[in-house]
Design a protein around this ligand. Structure first.
Ligand code: BGC
Ligand code: ZN
Length: 381
């Protein structure tokens, strides 16, 4: 029997599994034993290999975003996951041992949008694993509808845990491209290739975004509040991305110096940063907001100036949330391409790996050395 098989056995046979939960009234994660999930007819049983932590997870803990499942006072956390199929119905096309990345959002089941793309659900009825009304993936094993599992190619290894956050950027980039096709010469001039981009935020979403924009041949600037030698700006510099530390330079000044940004992706979730960034757009430019603000005080913005420039310069500002299966699939291809192009850099996006019993620390660790934090669920199993 291969070694992996032996390591795998206990968690699918034991009557309980480890799970990280948030309890109502608490603001820290707890590692508990939960009943072993049973796959009902048509469902797949999956064990978690790796799971990522991002800003949304921290907001869920603070009670600033998300919701408990109806009638319950506990939510299993975690929405970024790489898993391995343990059992799957034969008609699912999945077999034990397949590596999968689960979609985060399940549609409300009632609206027309959800029948086609749950990421466009205009109602509040959708659910999101580990975020809104549906248990997440910070546990040894879980069950789900196989239609929401996206197969990961073996070559991606554990890096596939980055597919979910990358899929969010892939969706926004795809939307931006469709929007910019409104400019008559956009495609004939090479699309975004050679254009200037600003990536606001260098957390995991921002770092992945900067890699994607750079791979598209854009001149990329990344903005954060870190010194140049912090992990993210230093790593991004190796692939040619320029850095703006907003403690030192105002981003609007940078934009004036370089001639404005054709594409801006906002991933800090800070309204002040977002509305500063709107003012960095070049004529005919386009900006996507990806960060969800939470707990922020009201913000005065120079509305007249912003409105004036947006109108007179044909600018577009849009929001984008979540992602669909097609973006997960594209993210898998792109991650493989990014790694082939920058093998020495892409693997360093994951800066911290914790075991499940270090979960409290995993949430707490932050600072300039952090880009992506991941929990390795094969540890201690
Ligand atoms: C997740 C998305 C989710 C969004 C809002 C993000 O961190 O990656 O899947 O839709 O938060 O809850
Ligand atoms: Zn819906």
């Amino acid at each position: 029997m291969p070694r992996q098989e032996q390591a795998r056995a206990p968690d699918v046979q034991a009557s309980t599994v480890r799970a990280v939960v948030l309890r109502r009234g608490e603001s820290g994660p707890r590692l508990v034993q939960a009943p072993r999930p049973e796959a009902r007819k048509g469902q797949a049983l999956v064990r978690t290999l790796r799971a990522g932590i991002d800003g949304t997870d921290e907001e869920v803990l603070r009670g600033a975003h998300g919701a408990f499942p109806p009638g319950r006072d506990e939510l299993v956390l975690g929405h970024e996951c790489l898993g391995e199929v343990v059992e799957a119905p034969p008609e699912s096309g999945l077999v034990p041992g397949d590596r999968v990345v689960p979609l985060v959002r399940h549609g409300c089941g009632a609206c027309e949008a959800c029948a086609r793309r749950a990421d466009f659900c205009p109602t509040e009825g959708y659910r999101e694993h580990g975020i809104k009304e549906m248990d997440g993936f910070f546990r040894d094993a879980w069950v789900d509808d196989p239609a929401t599992l996206v197969k990961a190619p073996p070559g991606l290894d554990d890096l596939a845990v980055l597919v979910e956050p990358l899929s969010v950027v892939v969706k926004a980039f795809d939307e931006a491209r469709r929007i910019q096709q409104r400019v008559p010469w956009f495609e004939e001039a090479g699309g975004f290739r050679g254009q200037r981009a600003l990536m606001a935020g260098t957390g995991s979403l921002g770092t992945l975004g900067a890699f994607l924009l750079a791979s598209e041949g854009m001149e990329v600037w990344a903005l954060d509040r870190d010194a140049d030698d912090a992990a993210a700006p230093a790593l991004l510099r190796e692939i040619g991305v320029k850095h703006v530390n907003t403690r030192e330079r105002h981003v609007v000044d940078v934009a004036e110096q370089v001639g404005g940004f054709d594409l801006v992706l906002e991933a800090t979730g800070a309204p002040q940063v977002a509305f500063d960034c709107v003012q960095t757009l070049a004529g005919n430019g386009c900006m996507a907001m990806l960060g969800v603000p939470a707990d922020r005080p009201p913000l005065p913005v120079p509305a007249d100036e912003i409105m004036r420039r947006m109108v007179l310069e044909n600018q577009v500002l849009f929001g984008s949330v979540n992602s669909a299966r097609r973006h997960f699939e594209e993210a898998m291809r792109r991650l493989a391409d990014l790694r082939a192009r920058w093998p020495g850099q892409v693997d360093r996006i994951v800066t911290h790996v914790f075991s499940p019993d270090e979960i409290v620390e995993a949430y707490q660790v932050r600072g300039p050395s952090v880009i992506k934090k991941v929990v390795d669920w094969t540890r201690g199993r």
